[in-house]
Design a protein around this ligand. Structure first.
Ligand code: ADP
Ligand code: ASP
Ligand code: MG
Length: 410
């Protein structure tokens, strides 16, 4: 007997036919004693379509985040009902639960909620009755009972957190690729499938744009030490396991993969008086608005009187970040603020890269050989990232991948 949480993403339930075949697969794969919880996303592009409707009313509907959550949480509710109808019509006992009914308790940060706790009493009761429990991903409720969504791709977080709360044996993430690759297989031709990856490496891949797993979901998996199996909805081949630390020998394979992120914007504040507390003011104001900041660079010019500062934010956060930065920049007497939206981040990820300076040189060389200019560079213990123009991202990702994972190995 196993307790398994299975999550099916948007493309996996993108049509009624697909919902029916997901139901068939769940039933076929289930041993009689297994306890199965299924987390589903909204069908196909439903979430984008819902956001699109709000945008037809107002350019920036996220100014009304509570109503956006009310709207976006509909998508998953449609999926749980349809999948449960499919399961029941095939003779399987099943019941659908919204995030709130499943006990997913969140903070009150609308559209970017975090799961604070899961009290899965109802889920356990339904499992005991022999039901497959179909839970809406991407949503929970705050203490007032308002629906709160968990950020784009948030059904992954719902699934992994439920697996943690239920002490499941494994969390299976079913998607439209058959595992985690050394780069996005849709963009990089020679991308290689991995058998395993550590939580740390997957965290960094996800942080730097590998959308196959939502960042927060990997953090939760790491916290609860839940093995996560990322695999295909459409084939039966085994996928990639995300798990704990490698041994020293395994660490020898230094470079793990390439990630890219086109949903990035660069903000530059020009001519900031070089006084103590400037960075503090800017980044506190952004943090208060829950805007994540990355690739922070500050340089000094004009005999240390003035400094320029630049950093990146997620493109989805730009509408919020821009007025905040403009206000703080004006208050501190900066010369101006420049925003660039057509930028992308391309990154190399791997444990133990620190202390191997040749790796950074090889990466920059691969980009230079394509005639692509690097705007900003940033490093972490397990990654190197370069900001480039969006139009070159595919070219750069392929070139970096080819440099580290040559297709014709001798
Ligand atoms: P779902 O709807 O199932 O949640 P997503 O679109 O969120 O699916 O995630 C799957 C997609 O992630 C793949 O189609 C692929 O293009 C993309 N992806 C990005 N980086 C990687 C990677 N390193 N390995 C596999 N897939 C990746
Ligand atoms: N439907 C949500 C989204 O599109 C959540 C998810 O798919 O994981 O972001
Ligand atoms: Mg996803």
């Amino acid at each position: 007997m196993a307790l398994v949480v299975k999550k099916f993403g948007g493309t996996s339930v993108g049509s009624i036919e697909k919902i029916k075949s997901v139901a068939q697969r769940i039933i076929a794969d289930k041993d009689p004693d297994d306890k199965i919880v299924v987390v589903v996303s909204a069908m196909g592009d439903t979430t984008d379509d819902l956001i699109g409707m709000a945008k037809r009313i107002v350019r920036d509907p996220y100014k009304y985040p509570r109503e956006m959550d009310m709207l976006m949480s509909i998508g998953e509710q449609q999926s749980i009902a349809l999948l449960t109808i499919a399961l029941r019509s095939m003779g399987q006992k099943a019941v659908s639960l919204t995030g709130s009914m499943a006990g997913v308790k969140t903070d009150s940060v609308y559209t970017k909620g975090k799961i604070l706790d899961i009290v899965p009493t109802r889920v356990q009761e339904e499992l005991e009755k022999g039901n497959i429990v179909v839970v809406a991903g991407f949503q929970g409720a705050n203490e007032k009972g308002d629906p709160i969504t968990l950020g784009r791709g948030g059904s992954d977080a719902s699934a992994v957190a439920l697996a943690g709360a239920l002490k499941a044996d494994v969390c299976e993430i079913y998607t439209d690729v058959d595992g985690i690759y050394s780069a996005d297989p849709r963009i990089v031709k020679g991308a290689r499938k991995m058998k395993e990856i550590t939580y740390d490496e997957m965290l960094e891949m996800a942080r730097l744009g590998a959308g196959v797993m939502q960042l927060r979901s990997v953090e939760i998996g790491m916290l609860y030490n839940i093995p996560i199996h990322v695999r295909s909805t459409f084939t039966h081949t085994s996928g990639t396991i995300i798990r704990g630390e490698y041994t020293m020998e395994e660490k020898n394979a230094i470079v793990k993969g390439v990630a890219h992120d086109t949903k990035v914007a660069k903000i530059a504040i020009l001519g900031v008086p070089n006084n103590p507390g400037i960075a503090f003011s800017i980044f506190t104001a952004l943090a208060d608005a829950h805007v994540d900041v990355d690739m922070i660079v500050q340089n000094v010019r004009n005999l240390e009187i003035k400094t320029d500062m630049c950093f990146t934010v997620g493109l989805d956060d730009l509408w919020q970040a821009k007025p905040i930065v403009e206000r703080v920049a004006a208050e501190m007497g900066a010369d101006g603020v420049l925003v660039e939206e057509h930028v992308a981040k391309v990154s190399l990820i791997g444990a133990g890269m620190l202390g191997n300076p040749g790796i950074a040189a090889k990466m920059f060389g691969a980009i230079a050989n394509q005639g692509v200019n690097i705007d900003v560079i940033s490093t972490s213990e397990i990654s190197i990232s370069c900001l480039i123009k969006t139009q070159y991202v595919e070219k750069a990702a392929n070139a970096i991948h080819e440099a580290f994972f040559p297709s014709k190995e001798v």
